[in-house]
Each structure stands twice: as structure tokens, then as C-alpha cells.
Design a protein around this ligand. Structure first.
Ligand code: R1P
Ligand code: URA
Length: 290
């Protein structure tokens, strides 16, 4: 007997749409582009040949349409991996749960998910404007630790080596290392993006080593992160969602990765706050390659 998902566990609105995203199962394409900024949804959708529907609730804006004949859903997540828990679970429910019987569909439906974000660059080869593809993501956010398959889904050797090289302070929490889908990374990154490890943080300031008026628990952590190297990989960038996207997608049986444009160069102390036009180049690459 398949498990019944009670009304409190999978909340469905009166119109048959899922609680936060306000989407119905028929609104969701197999190819999904996630963006943090709701304003970026219109930028992605401006490339579509046709638009089927647009839905909006809170920071979650969705457009489904076609690009060169490919059906794609573009979905905003807002900021942070707490929102990724909501978005990935609701997208997975739309794809794999029958909303009428509240049971899992007999056939698994796999989604291909690419997050297009902005990030801070941490290496000499990641100046402002660089596109970084996340091969692995170190989650400082803790989200995956709540799910049973965490150890099987994550790279435990990498986690151990990271903790060792940066003398990890366990008071900060337990970082996990999620791995993006290799075929998808190869396809999306091509040979014109920097591939590396991303750290996804539960904050923009202290967790990314930004010190304004509040001193940091470990003021040397960023230096150790920049020096870290393992399996020929360096940590290239900070953002706030990639670990949860890759980790939850893997647990749910979907393919996912994140690509970001660098808008702040932490080594040079430089930032570009008017990046909204230049991220279009990254959007076009993802639309062609997804
Ligand atoms: C912080 O400014 C936000 O920007 C980055 C971070 O991950 C965080 O969400 O991504 P987005 O530009 O996709 O929001
Ligand atoms: N997004 C982040 O999370 N960090 C940055 O430095 C820039 C964008």
C-alpha cells in the first residue's frame, strides 16, 4: 500500500495548487531553471518563444513556456536554502505525487534542475563576471542533516578533508558536501565556465566571512577556504543555495547543478551591484544547454 500524505504534510490549496508555489501538477515542465531573484524570472522568460502560464505567491514566481521547442519552467526561490527546502519538496510533490489520491505516483518522474545565481568569487581565476559551475557544494546551512539519506548522498571523504584543512569549529554546525549531477555539469558548463567547489552559506555576512560591526568567530576561515585543495578542486565561490539544490535533488532522484555569475570579488574587495544586464549571457548559455 502506498503511503498516504496527510493534509498537514502536503498542503494543497483549494484550487488544487501546492501550498507555497501555487502551481498545479500540469504547470511543471521536466526542465526547471531556479533563480533567487523573482525579477530574474522575467529575464529568463523574455527568451521564451511562447508562455503557457505565470503564477506568483510571496517570493515564488513561476513561468512555464518553451525555448526552441523545449518546455521549461523558470522558478524563483528567494534567498536561502530554507526556501530551497520548500521549492524542491513542492516541485518534487508536483512531479511525483498524485494530488487527488495523496499517494506517490507509480512511475518516478525525473526533473532536470539548473540554478542560475550570483556569487562571490574566492580565487584569482574568478574575477567579477566569471561564470562558475558547482561540481560539489559544501553546505554550511545544515539542511541536508535533517534527511535520512544524507550520508549516502554526500561525499564524506571530501567533508572529512575539508574539516581537517580548515580546522573546522563544530560549534558552527556540521557541513555536508553535496555532489552535482556529473552529466548535467558537463553539459551546462561546457568549456567556457570555471568548474569548482561552491560553499553555500546560511547567511551573506558572517557565514561568508564579511565583517561589518560584528567580529567573526573565526576571522581566518576565509583564508583557509581560499587555500583549500583536494581531488584537484579549489573552492571558487560563496552563494546560499547550491548545496541544498544538489543534495535534495539527489535524494529525490532528480538531476541538478548550479551555475553562478561572480558579482563580488572577495580577494580584490570589488563588487558590481549593477549586474542585472550582464547575467543575461549566462541565462542564454543555460537555455541552450539545458
Ligand atoms: C544573496 O545576495 C543572494 O544572491 C545569491 C545568493 O545565493 C543569495 O540568494 O544568489 P541569487 O542571485 O540567485 O539570489
Ligand atoms: N551572493 C552571495 O551569496 N555572496 C556574494 O558575495 C555575492 C552574491
Amino acid at each position: 500500500m502506498s503511503k498516504y500524505f496527510a493534509e498537514s504534510e502536503l498542503i494543497i490549496n483549494e484550487d488544487g495548487s501546492v501550498f507555497h508555489l501555487h502551481l498545479k501538477p500540469e504547470h511543471l515542465a521536466d526542465k526547471v531553471i531556479l533563480v533567487g531573484d523573482p525579477g530574474r524570472v522575467a529575464l529568463v522568460a523574455s527568451h521564451f518563444d511562447s508562455i503557457e502560464d505565470e503564477v506568483e505567491n510571496r517570493e515564488f514566481k513561476t513561468v512555464t513556456g518553451t525555448y526552441n521547442g523545449k518546455r521549461i519552467t523558470v522558478q524563483s526561490t528567494g534567498i536561502g536554502c530554507d526556501n530551497i527546502d520548500i521549492v524542491l519538496n513542492e516541485l518534487d510533490a508536483l512531479a511525483n505525487i498524485d494530488f487527488k489520491t495523496r499517494t506517490e505516483n507509480p512511475e518516478h518522474r525525473e526533473l532536470t534542475i539548473v540554478r542560475i545565481g550570483t556569487c562571490g568569487g574566492l580565487q584569482p581565476n574568478t574575477p567579477i563576471g566569471t561564470y562558475v559551475a558547482s561540481v560539489k557544494s559544501i553546505g554550511f546551512d545544515g539542511l541536508l542533516n535533517f534527511y535520512a539519506g544524507r550520508n549516502e548522498a554526500c561525499d564524506l571523504d571530501f567533508e572529512k578533508e575539508f574539516k581537517k584543512q580548515v580546522s573546522w569549529n563544530p560549534q558552527i554546525g556540521n557541513p555536508y558536501v553535496s555532489v552535482a549531477d556529473k552529466e548535467l555539469v558537463d553539459r551546462i558548463a561546457g568549456d567556457d565556465m570555471v568548474r569548482g567547489v561552491t560553499i553555500a552559506c546560511g547567511g551573506f555576512f558572517g557565514p561568508q566571512g564579511r565583517e561589518l560591526r560584528l567580529p567573526l568567530a573565526d576571522p581566518n576561515l576565509n583564508q583557509k577556504i581560499e587555500n583549500f585543495e583536494y581531488q584537484n578542486l579549489r573552492i571558487c565561490n560563496f552563494e546560499m543555495e547550491s548545496s541544498a539544490v544538489a543534495g535534495l535533488a539527489k535524494l529525490m532522484g532528480h538531476k541538478a547543478t548550479t551555475v553562478c555569475m561572480v558579482i563580488a570579488n572577495r580577494l580584490a574587495g570589488e563588487a558590481n551591484s549593477s549586474y542585472k544586464n550582464t547575467i543575461d549571457g549566462l541565462i542564454e548559455k543555460v537555455l541552450v544547454r539545458i
